[in-house]
Write a protein that binds this ligand. Sequence first.
Ligand code: C2O
Ligand code: CU
Length: 531
Amino acid sequence: MRQQLQPQPPIDAISRRSLLSAAAAGALALTLPPAARAPASGTRLRVRRSARPYSTPLPIPEVLTGADLTIPMREAEVAILPGRRTRMWTYGGSFPGPTIRRPAGATTRVRFEHRLPRQAGELTVHLHGGHNRCEEDGQPGGLTAAQPQSLYCDISAGLSATESGNELLIAPGGERTYTYELIEDGAPERAAFQWYHDHRLDRTARNVWRGLAGMWILDDELDASLPLPRGQRDIPLMLADRSFDARNQLTDPFAARRRPPDDGVTGRHVLVNGAVLPYHRVRAQRYRLRVLNASHFRAYELRLSGGLPIVQIATDAGLMPRPVRRSRVLLGPGERVELVVDFAAARGRRIHLLSGRRRQGPNKLGSVSYAGPLMQFRVGSQREPDRSAVPRELRPLPAWVAEAPAEPSHVWRFTVGGGLRPRWLINGRSFDPAFVEASARLGQTVTWELRNQTAVAHLIHLHHTDWYMLSRNGRRPPPWEACLKDTFFLDPGERVLIAGRVSDYTGKYVVHCHMLDHEDHGLMSQFEVLA
Ligand code: C2O
Ligand code: CU
């Protein structure tokens, strides 16, 4: 198996003034690697300069808290690398897009306006981790005039706009208001760190790469009643890797049409909230770090420099039953963790959030994690009083977990199909919006098995609800997985048993790999919730 996972220096070695005399520029250009050369314009030569590490403050995206929001999807020039700005497809003009922060149980309407160029085609927005009506879930849709064929998915011919989900898409120049009730099983949803991103058939990887991703924080009373750090000491961090050309513009890694099983796209730079190796000033107190892996393919194995302890308090689906002390945290695409870090132990020091090579896993080569620093925390030298704490008990598991059937009623098998057009398959099929692989009745708790029969890791994400991991390869999962989650790391050959309770809404919901090229290349299917 080949993968695009060579270790990369996180910082370009080339860093210099952008304006040079033509002669000096010409001489220098010869000494640069080809990727760093740029065409001269007049007497100026623009060469990509990369940030000095830890010279950019950590961007914190704007937070929107209203019940009725409007977010234009539009092109914007975003400052990412020093020098020329990067033209991106954004939610609201920034990357990441604005963070939406709402109380559970409070109906929220978000109007997304498609103001991107026509070439973007139809778009669809999925709130990842949310429990929503199937029409509000960001269905991928099917074939349209702008996308008359799919290279990897076998889409039934002659589907109506309802059968394909096309009636739910947002056409260029159009808009759609998504309604989120933020309830589950009749009660306010559990607080969680979620995110929203594009989910269009065949084009999710391209659309997200260009910038269509933002964070979403759902609050609830239980979370608010705990003495956890809040306010400025509650920081969302989106990890996403991207590559840029010599003019600071995003590369187009999708043009090369890399095929399964070698279709994982990685970027040269790992961005944290859209910045390369940023720094953030913190007080010598506890902080809550909400970390999202929004990368297409890369995994991270997080740790802190200086051996600073990490206490995990939440997964994809919010607070765990109990906090778990961890030294390293593996985070695959689509997954989230919430960590409490006490910087009092590092007063006056600089602490780095790092990612290292995976230490564990039955087949670590199925997904090699990024190795390198991600960002720096500059810890104040003042002693600070701190009334925050991490309670011993956080959120109990819901009652249905104890009633989950021990045996799976359905097995989702992930394979790769050979032939001239290799693609990812689930139970022998690539995605078809008209095909339903499994079903569950409202109010039912189902147990399903996820089985990875390929040589590559996959991050299996199921829409509709949160899922409890009953076992991994027949064994009890570790404490950080014996929790509710919505995205599951499956190394090659692994089998995971999960249980979920379907409620409130009927209709079709997708199951897919969150490695976005895998999703676009067929690794997606559906289940239906029946009345
Ligand atoms: Cu974050 Cu169906 O995806
Ligand atoms: Cu995958």
